[in-house]
Ligand binder design. Structure first.
Ligand SMILES: [Zn+2]
Ligand SMILES: [Zn+2]
Length: 451
């Protein structure tokens, strides 16, 4: 039989590509914890009602794309389609002191049409700040997203910002929009024109604003504008957000059709697009404020704001700008042992204990096979032990992958660690600029080059 394959719409992330993932997540963790956000880990599935009530029945994600299942106990569960609702559920359950500032890294599941760049299991990084009304929290969260993306070196970014109003002013806007849509029904797209019992736009008039189909897009300039419907407190909140972004030098553009796909948003919504990607799939992060979500899920009033950023999408944007390359090497040192494996076993262990990344061969392979493996590992140095070295109590240090550099030398067994460490500094120092291609700046070197 043919071997099994991953389910349609999913993908495996393997070395070395996976090193980009750990780098991306490590950088994000550093930024988030620097701003006072702690890691939260919560279940990948929840009572389906958390998402139905939270993200909203009318959202595409809930109505069409959610993975729902019934467990053996008859519980109606759903795999998390997005990050926020489950984090707010955790807040409602544990009632931590506010503000509760957390970050997460999680898979998210959506039954989407399988196509390039869209996955049924994708992965998100995000933050939530819960229990804060202050517009400066919106600014903090937006700045964090932008810093995350800029920190990767991404240059062609566009931040779009909007306010959707709140329970006070949004209903009136919704009514004006509904009146407009009712008057223009024949011109709406297939999805939004009510038809044969399907509700179309009536399911949620706001969905018209983020409709990407040409019919609806053409109508948008004529539709009533949400920015002109904000009540005074919403307008004040929004002005303070804009003031904050300007103060921090975060460039933005206004987009009052930005309503995002979930029903829980109030006031601030934002998205960042990577202009190097196809316009249909260029959003590399987005979020907003969700002031009523805690109550919707049975909790106390606790306004909040947050964002999610798709890892796959961000890496695509990095590819487009040739950033965050997969590392050239998995380890710095490779031990080649031609005399039975004791040296490989012991030396590899000692090097690792000394903090030097190191690998070795198994199964008594030939010199040629071991050197080939050393080369594949990307190691800078091979430590070779053959019959001669064993009898003289030495190890041969052979610098790999550098023409014109230091040549192979024999080192007494008890001096190997020190000499290897020196050699690595020499070699990786000279290589850093040519090989990593990292943007200038003091970025953390978490891929571990031993330098
Ligand atoms: Zn439409
Ligand atoms: Zn308002």
């Amino acid at each position: 039989m043919a071997g099994y394959q991953a389910p349609k719409g999913t993908h495996d992330v393997l070395p070395r590509e996976s090193a980009r993932w750990s780098e991306l997540i490590a950088r994000f963790a550093t930024l988030a914890s620097r701003a006072g956000y702690g890691l939260v880990v919560s279940p990948m599935f929840e009572d389906a009602a958390v998402f139905r009530r939270g993200a909203g029945e009318s959202s595409d994600v809930v109505s069409k794309e959610m993975y729902e299942l019934e467990d053996k106990g008859g519980r109606k569960l759903a795999l998390r389609p997005e990050g926020t609702a489950s984090i707010v559920r955790a807040f409602v359950e544990h009632r931590p002191p506010v503000p509760w500032k957390v970050w997460y890294a999680t898979p998210a599941f959506r039954y989407e049409r399988a196509q390039a760049g869209r996955y049924r299991q994708h992965h998100q990084l995000g933050v939530e700040a819960i229990g804060v009304e202050d517009p400066d929290a919106d600014v903090e969260v937006i700045a964090l997203l932008v810093e995350h993306l800029r920190g990767l070196g991404l240059g062609r970014l566009e931040l779009r910002v909007n306010s959707m109003g709140d329970a006070n002013c949004l209903p009136a806007y919704r009514e004006r929009l509904a009146a407009f849509l009712a008057a223009h029904e024949p011109a709406l797209c297939d999805e939004h024109r009510p038809f044969a019992g399907r509700p179309g736009w009536r399911a949620n008039p706001l969905r018209f604003l983020d409709c990407k189909r040409p019919e609806c897009r053409a109508l948008k300039p004529l539709a009533p504008r949400i920015s002109e419907s904000l009540c005074e407190p919403c307008a004040k909140h929004h002005a303070r957000v804009i003031e904050g972004l300007d103060a921090l030098g975060v460039g933005w553009v206004a987009d009052d059709t930005l309503v995002r796909g979930f029903d829980y948003y109030t006031r601030t919504t934002f998205e960042v697009s990577a202009l190097s990607l196809d316009a249909a799939q260029d959003v590399v992060g987005g979020g907003g404020r969700y002031n009523g979500l805690s109550e919707t899920l049975g909790g106390p009033p606790a306004p909040g704001v947050g964002f999610g950023s798709g890892i796959e999408r961000v890496l695509l944007a990095c590819d487009a700008e040739q950033l965050l390359p997969a590392p050239d090497r998995l380890v710095d040192v490779f031990v080649v042992d031609l005399v039975g494996g004791d040296a490989a076993r012991d030396l590899a262990h000692q090097l690792r204990q000394a903090g030097i990344s190191c690998d070795r061969s198994f199964d008594d392979r030939s010199m040629k096979a071991q050197l080939r493996q050393a080369d594949r590992s990307g190691a800078l140095v091979a430590l070779i032990v053959g019959g001669e070295e064993r009898s003289s109590g030495t190890v041969a240090l052979r610098p790999l992958r550098r023409a014109g550099g230091p040549r192979q030398s024999a080192v007494p067994r008890d001096g190997v660690l020190a000499r290897t460490a020196e050699l690595l500094v020499e070699l990786s120092g000279g290589l850093a600029g040519e090989q990593t291609g990292e943007p200038a700046g003091d970025l953390p070197d978490t891929l571990g080059t031993g330098s």
